[in-house]
Design a protein around this ligand. Structure first.
Ligand code: AMP
Ligand code: ZN
Length: 304
């Protein structure tokens, strides 16, 4: 049974999420944000001994870097670009006339150098490349960003603008595979500590079109991506709340990143869907955080 619309309405009527008239685009209440902040801090406690370099990008990235990243090959349907009015007075008049007549006014818009970030790690790879050869032990980063994906939906877990916390590792194949294994374990421990049911499975990304079918098979067969799933909208279609990606040498080749030994670097990232985890908590422990189980409250707030 699909419970999604009910759950979204409950979140609205409690004021946890605030409708804007666009599916997947919501305001967040202070309580919702507090849960996200606490979860984000919990992730940090699991990762802090590793000494990752903290970097925060705004939710837009360079269009040139985005084009080079290969995202449009796999997910053109999800991408969001920033357009702006670049015309003259005549163009401005046409724009206002269209607007007044209720016609499409966006013809006067032109693409800017900015696109919306599709995943928190995408702006990072060119920055890694710009620093030159990796140091002997590779690099490790801590990221968090709002991300955009054009997938409007009534399922509260499928937003158009949502936050992703990530750790990203660049180094030798052995280093990045070990990093992913560590986080697969930590991720399960972390979600278990929050009293949430979960499964881990190979991922099934929505690669676009005919060529996308091959990419899907490749992703599955090579075990390139795992997801930690929690039932949120329905029992039979659990939601990916964490993902564990091994990009092999894709970004290393794309951006010319080399290890200290002169090999093309491999990369991996672990992503935490912050809104999805918050929604899983509200789904399983109730909409009133004050009545969440004591042990869960202690894990998040340090006190029941
Ligand atoms: P992905 O790059 O698809 O693996 O996304 C990383 C993480 O972001 C996923 O594990 C989800 O938890 C979260 N995520 C992906 N898409 C959405 C979305 N449309 N709404 C909310 N969270 C999402
Ligand atoms: Zn990533």
């Amino acid at each position: 049974m699909d419970m999604a619309p009910d759950f979204l309405d409950q979140l609205f009527s409690r004021g946890l999420l605030i409708p804007t008239g666009v599916d997947g685009l919501y305001g967040r209440s202070g309580v919702f944000e507090d849960v996200i902040t606490r979860f984000d801090a919990l992730v940090s406690t699991y990762g802090e001994a590793d000494g990752a370099e903290v970097v925060r990008f705004p939710p837009g990235m360079s269009r040139m870097a985005f084009e080079k990243s290969g995202y449009l090959k796999s997910f053109p349907q999800l991408a969001g670009t920033v357009h702006s009015f670049c015309g003259d007075d005549h163009g401005h008049n046409r724009l206002l006339e269209c607007l007044a007549a209720g016609d499409d006014w966006t013809g006067e818009q032109a693409a800017t150098d900015v696109v919306l970030t599709p995943a928190a790690c995408y702006p990072l790879y060119p920055v890694i490349a710009s620093r030159g050869t990796l140091p002997a032990d590779g690099l490790l980063f801590d990221l968090q960003s709002y991300c955009f994906r054009h997938e409007p939906s009534r399922e509260p877990t499928r937003m158009q603008l949502f936050r992703m916390r990530e750790y990203v590792r660049a180094g030798t194949p052995e280093e990045v595979v070990a990093f992913r294994e560590t986080w697969l374990e930590r991720g399960q421990q972390l979600i278990r500590s929050l009293g949430l049911p979960m499964t881990v499975d190979v991922a099934n990304d929505p690669f676009f079109g005919r060529a996308g079918r091959m990419m899907k098979v490749n992703q599955r067969d090579q075990g390139l991506k795992f997801e930690l799933l929690v039932p949120v909208n329905s029992e039979d279609r659990p939601t990916a709340c964490l993902s564990f990606n091994y990009h092999q040498d894709h970004f290393g080749r794309t951006w010319g990143i080399k290890t200290a030994e002169g090999e093309t670097a491999h990369t991996a990232c672990v992503g935490f869907g912050l809104e999805r985890v918050a929604l899983a908590l509200f789904r399983h422990h109730g909409l009133d955080v004050a009545s969440w189980p004591t042990d869960v409250r202690t894990v998040l707030w340090g006190t029941a």
